[in-house]
Design a protein around this ligand. Structure first.
Ligand SMILES: O=C(O)CCC(=O)C(=O)O
Length: 307
């Protein structure tokens, strides 16, 4: 099926789609993959960014989609809670840009502060957050980045993607822009290619948390055949080399059958990377939501500014 038809098929509620052709990296029997060994060792994950020890990572390249690399949830449960909380509490406020800025509804308050109280306003505002842009802000209208529209890149997100990149041998990768996508159970993301970056040879890192997505990936053209795959909490997809400019999108969010963010809770209280009250709030959100951090390099190697 071409992209548009596949999107419609998986989005449909009635009739519900048959999911038996969705690529499931938890069930390797029917997929052609190449195993990849990480280029780093456990000791190199100095400050561990919520990652499991690298010896435990399962990394695959999909042979039918060359350059598409998949790391099956390399995060500890504590790490999942840390990143979910960061996305909801810290990446959803200044200096980052949000879709809801344009609606002028925040009046110097933050989305997080308003949404986790019991109020009518909280109920209506909570589902309205759809994206945040960090680093160079993606301009959705012009599809261009600009030196006049950028914030710092959060150091922990820069660090996380540097480690992931290094593990895969992309040692020069520099996170310069990110989009955090917030999905409710009925949200979708229309098909698109990511071609705004000056540097489309650098890989793109896509890190998902919370409920499960059906992720579609086609070819460079709308008409090309499309594959569907499950993305679960913690999964990392890297679009590198010839897969970097393929059409992709999210037609459906499904309830997750496992909730790794709830695992080992008692143990982690001792050595927590997040505030437990914050996590209590974030946990209620993620029970009915998915978050995706989509991280890109914008500049070419050696380039210091845009234009
Ligand atoms: O949510 C996802 O998995 C994909 C997000 C995406 O394609 C984007 O931000 O460009």
């Amino acid at each position: 099926m071409m992209f548009r038809d596949s999107f419609k098929y998986y989005k449909s509620r009635n009739p519900a789609p048959d999911l038996s052709n969705v690529i499931d990296l938890e069930n390797l029997d029917c997929i052609r993959v190449r195993n990849i060994k990480a280029h780093i060792t456990g000791e190199e994950i100095e400050d561990n960014f919520g990652l499991k020890s690298v010896e435990k990572w399962k990394i695959y390249e999909l042979l039918d989609i060359p350059g598409l690399i998949f790391i099956q949830n390399p995060f500890t449960p504590n790490g999942q809670r840390y990143w979910i909380t960061r996305c909801l509490k810290d990446y959803s406020k200044e200096p980052y840009k949000l879709n809801i800025d344009a609606h002028n509804i925040l009046n110097n308050e933050t989305w997080w502060d308003i949404c986790f109280q019991t109020s009518e306003r909280a109920k209506t505002l909570l589902p309205k957050l759809r994206w945040a842009t960090l680093g160079y802000h993606h301009n959705w209208d012009t599809k261009l980045y600009s030196e006049n529209s950028k914030s710092d890149m959060p150091t922990e997100l820069f660090g996380l993607t540097s480690i992931l990149a290094k593990a895969l041998g992309f040692s020069n990768f520099k996170a310069e822009a990110a989009i955090v996508n917030y999905y409710r159970m009925n949200s979708t993301l229309a098909g698109h290619t990511d071609h705004s970056e000056m540097n489309v040879t650098a890989p793109l890192f896509s890190i998902s948390f919370g409920q499960t997505a059906i992720f579609l990936i086609g070819g460079p053209r709308q008409e090309d055949p499309t594959n569907a795959m499950f993305l679960r909490s913690g999964d990392v997809v890297i679009m590198s080399n010839s897969s970097r400019l393929r059409y992709h999108g999210v037609p459906k969010i499904l309830p997750a059958s496992k909730t790794p963010w709830d695992d080992n809770r008692e143990e982690s209280k001792k050595n927590s990377m997040y505030n437990c009250d914050d996590w209590c709030k974030a946990r209620t959100y993620i029970a009915e939501a998915r978050i995706n951090m989509n991280v890109r390099q914008v500049l070419k190697p050696g380039q210091i500014v845009l234009y």
